[in-house]
Design a binder for this molecule. Structure first.
Ligand code: ADP
Ligand code: SF4
Length: 686
């Protein structure tokens, strides 16, 4: 289909200093858990972005010197010439698809403790290292350090140029990078020419920018990625001073990339902020520079993108998460395939890979991180390997993705769902406060399946053993999901909690079904991800008094990894939820629960009318187990393979369920292996 003329503006070429971007889409820097540890994986992932139509494809933060070692985070590294080939591999792949390659040079200063290099971290002044609360301090830089720091940047720029980069970014984040620390009036208390006035605090950024340009001549563009809400000496974010800083540097960089200081605001989870939410903070930038400006905002709608360009907010649409969920986003817009866009849901599972230090995964895009390891491509999939008919039972994220991907391969697929809605847990959870965007997991897949003549969907079709045997499918996939436990067993309790068998006990499924616990309610959250906190919010909206008890040190503790924890805690406190951390539930009685401090063992009672248990789930695997119990019966029914996937095998994240569905579809006709199921990047022995 031809592209919609309304979107033509998105495909105009734009100059960035000496180079030209073919359109207005920039995949801005994003960590990915591959970086320096898995460079072939990283290169293949970036290649797919370039293939998908991004005009500029950028690396993650790349540390330029052992004194800025970001370990244990897996980021980029450009310490010496030996680091060049890994980036050259990426750049060759990116260039092959007509995109520009960009690198984000950074020195994180006192953020990281240099755990690998064991160098002493350096900083604008003496201060504790802050990432991970590591018990170390960074030392104040003297003039010699500043000279060296400038030299490292020049050297890194030259190496970046030799590696084939077209755009060299300098990272000026007021907390996460050393030049940004100098800029921050809060951090920078120096009394020399690098401290005090704004001009002085900008001096190092200016020097590094100018010297990078000198080092690479006119062959590369020099971009500046800067926070636009850095704190002044008062310690509070100062937008006036940030504006003044950008005015002072106005036309020095070839490209401005503007970000927000707090990562949870910059990559705001959809539960806490809509698409395009940066506009009010960044719209001034274009007024103070003649250079092009890129910004982000979880853009997935071409109309929202065009609106920002037309209103003069941005010149380039920047994206990290939307480019992860759909590396082919620009191409789909260009080809008039808007309905095919796999929209980011804003869950930040991708971000969690940075903290867990593993190759990135994405809820919407199961091929993310598997481009090199497994040769998976987000758009293409091999044609079917047999004429086997496939029956997929259960249309949650696992079953839906399985049916979609099998359908894409050309298999004849029947998807049977017990309920009168599709989506499984997603259909329930996306009706909870703030999670509407998560419904995209379901909507994208339904939309694709509806166009496939070879995939039939039956709702209100709860299949039992006999129906499956009589169905006549050669391959049967059971994706029947899971159910929350009603007895309190979970991370903390291996045995049911005393008193659990009463009508005062509720589970998340009760709330999803509209059976609301009567208040006051105690939620026992031993799951530690989002659901306990989310249901607390829901019940408060419903008017109940809510106390959330968790053995973890923080409410919704794992959501630190998705940048949500602080936002969840703030919202619960604001809405009047009482939070009791580091306590477990020991007994449930008629009108109270007993709780115990996990360290001291001290017990106390909390009066309540209901208890909502969010502890763990059990697979709904009875259908699978019954079928699997009699292989002869399966053979007689012509069933060649029976497989359980997703939560029915082991409950996990929505991302894991989508991945399981996709994996089944990819591997349905591949002989199973009990070896390592992917290519590995082995370290060459020195
Ligand atoms: P997953 O995350 O693994 O996809 P979900 O719990 O989200 O799991 O979805 C499982 C889906 O399977 C639910 O929509 C449920 O209604 C459906 N289901 C469960 N048992 C059957 C069955 N016997 N026949 C058809 N559908 C079923
Ligand atoms: Fe978007 Fe979630 Fe995928 Fe990240 S993991 S890109 S937030 S859908």
């Amino acid at each position: 289909m031809p592209r919609d003329a309304r979107y033509d503006v998105l495909f105009e070429p734009v100059r960035i200093g000496p180079v030209t971007a073919k359109n207005r889409f920039i995949q801005v820097a994003h960590c990915n858990g591959m970086g320096t540890s898995y460079p072939s994986s990283m290169a293949a992932m970036r290649r797919v972005k370039a293939e998908g139509g991004w005009a500029v494809v950028c690396t993650e933060e790349t540390d330029i010197h052992p004194s800025g070692d970001m370990s244990p985070l897996i980021e980029g590294r450009l310490w010496d010439d030996r680091d060049i080939p890994a980036f050259a591999r990426m750049n060759e792949a990116v260039h092959a698809h007509g995109a520009l390659a960009a690198i984000e040079l950074s020195h994180s200063g006192p953020r990281d403790a240099c755990l690998y290099s064991r160098e002493v971290p350096i900083a604008v002044g003496h201060q504790p290292v802050w990432a991970g609360d590591y018990p170390a301090q960074a030392r104040a830089m003297d003039k010699g350090d500043i000279r060296a720091f400038r030299r490292w940047h020049r050297d890194a720029a030259v190496r970046a140029h030799r590696a084939g980069f077209d755009v060299i970014y300098l990272y000026c984040h007021c907390e996460s990078s050393l030049i940004g620390n100098f800029l921050s009036g809060d951090r920078n208390r120096r009394t020399d020419e690098y401290g005090g006035s704004l001009e002085n605090r900008l001096r190092l950024t200016r020097e590094v920018l100018e010297e990078a340009r000198e080092a690479v001549g006119s062959s590369c563009a020099i971009a500046l990625r800067m926070t636009i809400d850095f704190p002044s000496a008062s310690g509070r974010p100062d937008r006036e001073e940030s504006r003044a800083a950008i005015e002072l540097l106005a036309d020095l960089p070839d490209l401005w990339d503007v970000t927000l200081r707090e990562w949870h605001a910059d990559s705001v989870p959809s539960r806490f902020g809509p698409e395009g939410s940066h506009e009010e903070f960044i719209s001034f930038v274009k007024k103070v520079t003649r250079k092009p400006v890129v910004g982000v905002g979880r853009f997935t709608s071409p109309d929202a993108m065009v609106a920002q360009i037309r209103r003069g907010v941005l010149d380039f649409i920047g994206a990290a998460r939307p480019s992860i969920a759909d590396p082919f986003l620009p191409r789909k817009i260009e080809e008039g395939r808007i309905d095919d866009i796999r929209e980011c849901i804003g869950c930040n599972i991708c971000v969690s890979a940075d903290f867990t230090m593993v190759p990135m995964r994405c809820t919407q895009n199961p091929t993310m991180g598997e481009e090199w390891r497994k040769g998976w491509h987000p758009e293409f999939i091999p044609a079917r390997g047999s004429d086997d008919k496939v029956l997929v039972i259960g249309a949650g994220p696992a079953g839906l993705e399985c049916a979609r991907a099998l359908g894409q391969r050309g298999y004849e697929v029947t998807l049977a769902e017990a309920r009168d809605v599709l989506g499984g847990r997603v259909a329930d959870e996306c009706r909870m406060p703030g999670l509407a965007a998560w419904g995209r997991v379901r909507d994208y897949r339904i939309q694709q399946i509806q166009r496939m003549a070879n995939v039939e969907v039956y709702m209100e079709s709860r299949l039992g053993t006999q129906e499956v045997l009589e169905f006549g499918a050669a391959k049967v996939v059971v994706a029947t999901g899971s159910t929350w436990r009603r007895d309190g067993v979970g991370r903390w309790h291996t045995q049911p909690v005393e008193g659990h068998a009463t009508s005062a006990v509720w589970t998340p499924e009760d709330v999803f079904a509209g059976r609301m616990p009567i208040g006051p309610v105690v939620i026992f959250d031993d799951d530690h991800y989002y659901l306990g906190g989310l249901l607390a919010e829901k019940l408060r909206q419903n008017g109940s008094a809510v106390t959330l008890v968790t053995p973890a040190s923080d409410v919704s503790k794992w959501s630190h990894a998705t940048l949500e924890q602080g936002l969840v805690e703030r919202r619960l406190l604001e809405t009047g939820v009482e939070i009791i951390e580091k306590h477990t539930l020991t007994a449930i009685a008629a009108d109270e629960v007993r709780i115990r401090h996990v360290q001291s063992g001290r017990e106390r009672s909390i009066p309540c009318a209901s208890v909502l248990l969010v502890t763990m789930r059990l697979p709904d695997d009875s259908l699978y187990l019954d079928l699997a119990a009699d292989p002869g019966r399966l053979r007689d029914a012509g069933i060649l393979s029976l497989t359980r996937i997703g939560d029915c095998l082991a409950p996990s994240t929505i991302a894991a369920a989508v991945y399981a569905g996709h994996r089944y579809a990819r591997e349905a006709d591949v002989p199973p292996t009990d070896g390592v199921p992917f290519q590995r990047e082995l370290i060459a022995l020195a």
